[in-house]
Ligand binder design. Structure first.
Ligand code: ADP
Length: 592
């Protein structure tokens, strides 16, 4: 339906009713005026006719016919009325306007017929001659009870029509003025009604667009004011509710984003509704890009997708573990439950994700460690057992052989001892670090490094290796456990000598930064292949088993270095070019 302006509608209704009222007034006025004027004209005509009748009655009509005509002409001229005297046979003997002898018999005229019958005759007829209606009145003139003549007076009704026309014109002019006035009033009236409504509409629109501060200014009239109050109240309620909802939402977002567990909610169609930062990281997806999209689009893991569908149908809590094959395998533990609305209808599912990769990795490391340690221990123990058995079984062994077996046993015992010492050392460092029991004191790193260099000088000299260390001029004070730090740097120097080539040099240096200090142990040969570098600090990891064993290595040296560095909130790293050399760097934080 086409919507019109309220002002127009009011004005239209008014105009129609005004038109009705004006036409009613007009019809009534015209009718009354016509009646009134006719009566007036009739009375007037009758008076004039009676005056003439008195004069004519005095005449001897048989002999004084021409006098009758004179009376008509005289009175007719002065009174501006047409007067006619008619004999009972209808013959006209006097007329104010015309020659009676030229006039036709008037006996058949309506008013004349009535007067001939003895009553006052009355009639209105349209005259072609003067183009106007004429009113006629005919009076019987009696003498001694005998009708002797009829006096007829007539007047055109042009005056009546004219005054009625004037009245109509005045009424119409008045009506136009009233209509214009009313249009003005209607305009103001409708404006005063529509302006507050317009204002209310605008506020409602702004509210709908989310501008919760929008309020209606209260209009003066009661009805719109109560509507405005209702709108304002609704806006108040709305903003309270929306504020509460957004507060709850923010709280929920804060809780979700602060959670270390991943949280994911999906709707019935498996579209992601919510996903927190932790879940995004665990699943390797962008949180913002995932919202509103289907699980199938975002997640490529079929186990996880199946779990989401299972959770939607679940009656209780469902649980599973999935592995995501990303850059590095990720192990996730999932708990899922269906989400219901207040009516108990299924609206989606909630999935809580725990990253158990580190637990799984730790388990793996433990398993590997037990296997490796057993393997490492097994070799010397088997060798010792073999020696002991040989000694037991062979009573007649030569002195030299016995000495050989004993020396072999001593070697394997030393090896066993060094493995056990390294393992104990590692576990001690780990244990103390976790309990915060690593005791530190302020010490000069420059002196510690110098001491390690001195200590290894003889060992290096045996391979014609030169240890080069230029001690810094100023002390490098740090909070360290001196014994552990000596052990760590010592292990690096020991490796450099063990795996280094004869005649080369080992350079020790200290680099001081703003917040950290680094100790570099650099050798010149042989370097380490790139593929080994990520694993070199793992326990029991050795590039060349046989060589390491031959050197008396346990595969735990670098692992101990790493643990010592970590116990000092530092770290160890290596850069190496195969065929050139390696630089191992221990980085430690400087005291603040
Ligand atoms: P190990 O007791 O066998 O020396 P480590 O943990 O100290 O065990 O070292 C692990 C492995 O890293 C060694 O077996 C050796 O192959 C390699 N490695 C360590 N330091 C060096 C070095 N400076 N140059 C070349 N290879 C090295």
């Amino acid at each position: 339906m086409k919507q019109r302006k309220l002002a127009w509608r009011i004005y239209l209704y008014f105009l129609i009713s005004a038109l009705f009222a004006i036409s009613a007034v007009l019809t009534n006025t015209v009718y009354s005026m016509r009646q009134y004027h006719k009566n007036e004209v009739m009375k007037d005509l009758e008076i004039r006719a009676r005056i003439v009748a008195e004069d004519v009655a005095r005449l001897q009509l048989e002999s004084e016919r021409s006098k009758a005509d004179d009376i008509c002409k005289n009175i007719g001229r002065t009174s501006m009325t047409r007067i006619t005297v008619i004999l009972p046979d209808g013959k006209v003997i006097g007329d104010s306007d015309r020659d009676p002898s030229m006039m036709p018999n008037h006996g058949d005229r309506e008013e004349v017929r009535k007067a001939l019958g003895g009553a006052t005759g009355y009639s209105i007829r349209y005259s072609e001659t003067i183009h106007s209606a004429l009113m006629y009145i005919a009076l019987p003139i009696k003498k001694d009870g005998m009708l002797v003549a009829v006096i007829r007076a007539s007047l055109p009704l042009t005056m009546v029509d004219w005054s009625i026309n004037v009245a109509i014109r005045h009424i119409l002019a008045g009506s136009i003025i009233v209509a214009l006035l009313f249009a003005l009033i209607t305009f103001h009236l409708s404006k005063s009604v529509s302006r507050p409504l317009e204002n209310i509409r605008e506020v409602a629109y702004r509210l709908a667009l989310g501008d919760l501060a929008a309020r209606v200014v209260l209009p003066e009239d009661e009805e719109t004011a109560s509507l405005a109050k209702a709108i304002n109240k609704m806006a108040d309620q709305l903003s309270i509710r929306i504020n509460t909802i957004s507060k709850q939402n923010n709280e929920m977002e804060a809780v979700l984003s602060g959670m270390t567990d991943g949280v994911l909610t999906v709707d019935r169609n498996e579209h992601i509704m919510r996903i927190n930062a932790a879940a995004g990281i665990m699943l390797g997806v962008s949180v913002d890009a995932s919202r509103g999209r289907s699980m199938q689009e975002v997640i490529r893991n079929s186990d996880l997708l199946k779990f989401a569908s299972d959770s939607l149908k679940a009656t209780g809590i469902v649980e599973t573990e999935v592995t995501l094959y990303l850059e590095q395998d990720r192990y996730l533990q999932l708990h899922g439950t269906a989400l219901k609305d207040h009516a108990g209808a299924n609206i989606g599912a909630l999935i809580v994700i725990n990253d158990i990769t580190s637990i799984r990795k730790l388990e793996q490391v433990r398993r590997d460690f037990v296997a490796n340690a057993s393997h490492e221990l097994k070799t010397p123990v088997t060798a010792l057992k073999g020696c002991i058995e040989t000694l037991e079984e062979s009573a007649n062994l030569h002195k030299d052989d016995i000495a050989r077996f004993v020396s072999m046993m001593a070697r394997h015992t030393i090896r066993l001892q060094s493995i056990i010492e390294d393992l104990l050392s590692l576990s001690e460092i780990e244990h103390d670090t976790s309990k915060g029991r690593i005791l530190r004191e302020q010490a000069d790193l420059a002196v510690i490094v110098a001491k390690v260099a001195d200590y290894h000088e003889n060992q290096a000299a045996k391979k014609a290796i030169k240890i080069i260390y230029i001690q810094p001029a100023h002390p490098v004070l740090t909070d360290v456990n001196v014994a552990l730090m000596e052990q760590a740097i010592g292990n690096l120097v020991d490796n450099a000598i063990k795996y280094g080539t004869e005649g080369k040099s080992i350079r020790l240096s200290i680099r001081r930064g703003n917040t950290h200090v680094s100790i570099d142990v650099a050798d010149e040969w042989p370097g380490i292949e790139k593929k080994h570098l990520p694993r070199i600090f793992e326990r029991f990891y050795r590039i060349d088993q046989a060589r390491s064993r031959a050197m008396g290595g346990t595969g735990l040296g670098l692992s101990i270095v790493r643990h010592i560095a970590l116990a000092h909130n530092g770290d160890v790293s290596v850069t190496s070019v195969y065929g050139q050399g390696s630089t191992f760097t221990i980085t430690l934080p400087l005291p603040k």
